[in-house]
Design a protein around this ligand. Structure first.
Ligand code: SF4
Length: 328
């Protein structure tokens, strides 16, 4: 007997490709359990890709639209009484919707143009946006699998995750992931490698290992962690974005300022530590006066009291840049 797709996803050990790395089969199974109650099930593809310097989902929309849509169709076949929404940031919507429609025609698949900011990429912020509510994360539980869009069972997966599901269904999956490479490199772009490949090998094999002193931000152009060259032999967790910085040519304070501008603009103002810290850090960087003790206290409070991953993770890039680059 042919294996069902959820078993195949579990055996493939597919982790969500949006950055959080949650086992995909668990989401699918949780949604499957909601079947049979006569409820509609929503299948959502999250193509918000709103963090600076991450563009691997765009690579899929451009180069593998049919395979991506096939992944959505597999979800529609898996869940009874389901319909799909492809949620795309406004640039991707304007560029790729027309071509995607060639493959989705005749299926219950619609498109939603993301006009909200970064937080609409968080799965519950996304649901709020589609419902026309204020874009901010929802408390969990309940999880979207039980009570998502319009309080109905909802599967939210990233664009690449659906692409990998197409591969799994067709026995083509080889445990690979798309990595975007940006910054002070010769060959910028999106490259496919085994998901646990070390950054050093990725940079070497794409002709991007620098001949100069450098550091790397891995995991996104705002929330990513800073690593030094000697730390790149081991695989890293998180969003598969690699940004290389020439150490001599990079003004680390300006880099912090760029992140602070992003965070002060993109946080949703719901909790005080996140809202206030992002503004205070921006002020410090603009005045060129970093108070490391005060910053460390802010980071502690951010990690302990922020409501969502944006606030909780905000300290990571600052702290790693301060320890590895600014203080050295
Ligand atoms: S941590 Fe920041 S982004 Fe998240 S809910 Fe609080 S204010 Fe909003």
């Amino acid at each position: 007997m042919a294996k069902d797709i959820i078993t195949k996803i579990k055996e493939a050990n597919l982790l969500g490709r949006g950055g959080a790395g949650f086992p995909t089969w668990m989401k699918w199974e949780a949604v499957k359990k909601q079947e049979g109650q006569g409820k509609k099930i929503y299948v959502i593809a999250n193509g918000s890709e709103g963090e600076p310097e991450i563009f691997k989902d765009e690579y899929i929309l451009k180069n593998h639209p049919q395979e991506f849509i096939e992944g959505i169709k597999i979800a529609l076949e898996t869940f009874a009484n389901s319909e799909a929404i492809i949620y795309l940031n406004h640039k991707y919507f304007d560029k790729y919707k027309k071509n995607l429609e060639k493959f989705s025609e005749g299926f219950p698949i619609s498109y939603f143009r993301k006009t909200a900011g970064y937080l609409a990429g968080e799965e519950t912020g996304l649901l709020n946006h589609i419902e026309g509510q204020r874009v901010e994360p929802r408390p969990k539980p309940p999880y979207p699998a039980e009570a998502g869009l319009y309080n109905l069972p909802t599967l939210v997966n990233n664009i690449e995750t659906y692409y990998r599901i197409y591969e799994i269904k067709n026995d083509l999956y080889a445990g690979k992931a798309f990595f975007s490479i940006e910054g002070d490199v010769k060959n910028k772009g999106t490259f496919e490698f085994p998901e646990n490949y070390p950054i050093k090998k990725i940079l070497e094999e794409t002709g991007n290992w620098p001949a100069f002193d450098f550091f790397v931000q891995y995991g996104g152009g705002a929330a990513g962690t800073i690593y030094l060259p000697e730390e790149l032999d081991e695989p890293k967790k998180g969003a598969t974005s690699i940004i290389v910085f020439n150490r001599q040519k990079t003004d680390a304070l300006k880099l912090m300022q760029r992140w602070a501008e992003f965070y002060s603009k993109e946080n949703c103002d719901k909790c005080t530590p996140c809202r206030e810290s992002s503004i205070r850090i921006l002020e410090m960087t603009k005045k060129n006066k970093l108070d490391f003790d005060k910053l460390e206290k802010m980071f502690f409070v951010l990690e302990k009291t922020s409501f969502c991953p944006l606030g909780k993770g905000m300290a990571i890039p600052y702290r790693t840049l301060i320890e590895k680059v600014l203080k050295k």
